[in-house]
Design a binder for this molecule. Structure first.
Ligand code: HEM
Length: 237
């Protein structure tokens, strides 16, 4: 019976860590929040939350194998709909586990995959969270308790909100404020280092920013105050 209690607690812990990791990842990379969090801090916290979540998931699954109250075999943990205990809602947990495995393992080979593909695959973390949410609600003994029920509602609502914000602001790159006409163009960091994006040496007289043809202001452009606050994504630099 103790194992059953521990594995349930670990399941709740794994779920909360998955929520925290997804939430943190969305906040740290959404343009609207200005990406105020330093990239190194964002990555460290994100990795810490995911690692604790994976350890707790290991305890959750290990507990199921050890427990005699509702025996699970290794194949029941790996193959959806194989076990006898609430097979459909447990299948959601198994699908969440596989989705998390893909998200984590592709992060280990991020450099080989390339940023574009890694980022696309990494978005699987959101469906993984939703699968875990459905699994917890319909499998858990504690779902009927108000504190657990409201925890599912609150965590689900936060992720839904952040996904909506992310979706509505995707592609939003606030334009930098135009330099005053008399100001000389300042060299970019890359140019200062003596290279360009193509690896070639920069031209002796880069075109001043004011000579770049300006786009007519669109109706949905942000006000200048918002634009001035915006910063480029770290990975765009
Ligand atoms: C990302 C993966 C997973 C997460 C985040 C997760 C999370 C949870 C949560 C939050 C609960 C509810 C605990 C409670 O209400 O007391 C739960 C229950 C349960 N989970 Fe998972 N789970 C995951 C994967 C799995 C897998 C792969 C299996 C087995 C194949 C599994 C089997 C169970 C079972 C049998 C219960 C019922 C325990 C009870 O009666 O409360 N889970 N899980």
């Amino acid at each position: 019976m103790t194992t059953w209690i521990v594995l349930r607690a670990a399941g709740i812990g794994a779920y909360l860590m998955l929520w925290a990791s997804v939430t943190w990842g969305l906040i740290a990379t959404t343009s609207l929040f200005g990406k105020r969090i330093a990239k190194q801090t964002a990555t460290t916290v994100h990795q810490f939350l995911s690692t604790v979540g994976l350890v707790l998931l290991g305890v959750h699954l290990g507990g199921l194998l050890l427990d005699t109250f509702m025996p699970f075999r290794p194949i029941d943990l790996l193959v959806p709909l194989h076990g006898r205990f609430k097979p459909v809602s447990v299948a959601f947990g198994i699908a969440a586990m596989y989705a998390m495995a893909v998200v984590v393992s592709t992060s280990w080979i991020r450099k080989r995959l390339g940023t574009t593909w890694w980022r696309r695959i990494h978005l699987l973390a959101v469906p993984a969270f939703i699968l875990a949410l459905v699994h917890g609600v319909f499998t858990g003994t504690d779902s009927v308790r108000p504190w657990m029920w409201w925890s599912y509602v609150a965590t689900g609502a936060v992720v839904l909100f952040l996904v909506l914000v992310r979706g509505l602001t995707s592609g939003y790159r606030p334009p930098r404020a135009a330099p005053p006409p008399h100001a000389r163009p300042r060299p970019t960091t890359r140019a200062a280092a003596g290279t360009t994006a193509s690896g070639k040496a920069p031209t002796a007289h880069p075109a001043p920013a004011s000579r770049v043809p300006a786009r007519a202001a669109a109706a949905d452009d942000p006000p200048p105050a918002v634009a001035a606050r915006g910063r480029a994504r770290p990975e765009d630099n």
